[in-house]
Design a protein around this ligand. Structure first.
Ligand code: UDP
Length: 377
């Protein structure tokens, strides 16, 4: 979308920086519930933030920035997303390739039997196996302790330690407990990745979904435009910033926050039905540099003659995807948050501005809550 001169002259009530999920939802709330005029500015050439997806050269709907699986227990979020897309049930499953075996992740009875050579048959036996291996702590202080308190030393080493190092360039003991708390543990044969009541994918993709959220007549969207170069050219009352909080305060003299980025290595195979047996296979070992391989045509059971796989290698440089929750960054973020609180007519929401490892439903929920807390300003 190109910016038209006449729009510069328009006065906006709200300027939202970032057309990802957080920005789109809060823009929509102000536009539809408060009848505000909202301008959404997006630095990238597309909307949708890291959910952005598109049809690739093989005719497969793929995510540009890694697989996105929608799951939620929030009834209000579930109701909300229905208004902007049709959704298809997708119970996401992840397999792991460990020492030549394909195992279930999260850990369930099958995982233990495959890795430890046991013959556990039911929940009772699994509970007593777990009871035996789980490490007891008075207080859980980091991600290593989370994992060991759930699955014990052996599975921790084989599934979590090296994968986490590849993902974060930090070992689990250096990371906040919240990182490995994301992965549940099962005492049965349930092999789904998430426990949530609603687990779905948007029938026509996330880009279409976000486009529909932004389609309100009170919303103007401009892509390819960096807020820093643009802020003095537009008249607005309230700013909602969804980019990295340290980039907003880059002149504050504070150290930069740490983010992890991902390099995506695509491979295309003509006239191949499937490359692998599941949409996602994790590689927790140190024998390969990537953390996982995603084969997108599995999602929504896409019927196309070819296939595309994407290997993910996590790294320090590049687009910021993951905030890195360790003591240093959490303390530093608090300093930025103090600056944010003092900033007049500006609010900071979303994964990058709140420096929180939000799932998509948490990002939407956060925008709802934020909208409710500031709508009368
Ligand atoms: N993790 C791991 N082994 C796995 C899968 C995940 O050690 O096979 C750890 C890793 O540190 C990861 C965290 O668990 O960052 C959370 O996993 P999740 O699947 O939620 O990560 P995301 O999909 O957001 O990258």
């Amino acid at each position: 979308m190109n910016f038209e001169d006449k729009k510069i002259k328009e006065r906006f009530d709200i300027l939202v920086v970032g057309a990802g999920l957080s920005g789109a939802v809060i823009a929509e709330r102000f536009a539809s519930q408060s009848n505000k005029k909202v301008l959404v500015l997006e630095k990238r050439e597309h909307i949708g933030g890291n959910c952005y997806d598109f049809i690739n050269e093989n005719g497969i709907l793929i995510n540009k920035y890694g697989a996105h699986l929608f799951h939620t227990n929030y009834e209000d979020v579930w109701e909300y997303i229905q208004k902007f897309s049709e959704w298809e049930r997708w119970d996401h499953r992840v397999f792991g390739s460990v020492e030549g075996k394909i195992i279930n992740i999260p850990v369930n009875i099958n995982t233990v039997n495959a890795i430890c050579g046991t013959n556990i048959k039911d929940e009772k036996e699994m509970n007593s196996w777990l009871e035996n291996v789980q490490v007891k702590y008075d207080k859980i202080n980091n991600s290593e302790q989370v994992a060991k308190s759930r699955v014990g030393e052996i599975l921790y080493q084989k599934i979590f330690r090296t994968y986490t190092f590849k993902q974060w360039n930090k070992y689990p003991e250096e990371l906040d407990a919240s990182v490995l708390s994301r992965i549940p543990i099962r005492n049965n044969f349930d092999d789904r990745y998430f426990d949530d009541r609603y687990q779905v994918l948007p029938k026509y993709g996330y880009t279409k979904f976000v486009e529909n959220i932004l389609a309100h007549p009170n919303i103007t969207v401009i892509t390819n435009t960096d807020y820093c170069n643009f802020k003095n050219r537009v008249d607005f009352k309230t700013l909602i910033f969804t980019g990295p909080i340290d980039s907003y305060f880059e002149n504050s003299g504070l150290e930069k926050l740490e983010y992890r980025s991902i390099e995506f290595i695509e491979e295309h195979f003509k006239n191949m039905n499937y490359y692998q047996i599941n949409s996602v296979i994790n590689y927790p070992g140190s024998n390969v540099p990537f953390t996982r391989i995603v084969e997108y045509k599995h999602f929504l059971n896409q019927k196309v003659p070819h296939t595309t796989i994407v290997k993910e290698i996590t790294k320090d440089t590049g687009e910021p995807y993951y905030p890195v929750p360790n003591v240093k960054n959490i303390t530093l973020y608090e300093k930025y948050n103090e600056l944010a609180k003092r900033e007049k007519n500006a609010h900071f929401i979303g994964r990058l501005a709140s420096y929180k490892y939000f799932n998509m439903d948490q990002a939407i929920k956060n925008s709802f809550e934020y909208y409710n807390s500031i709508k009368t300003e």
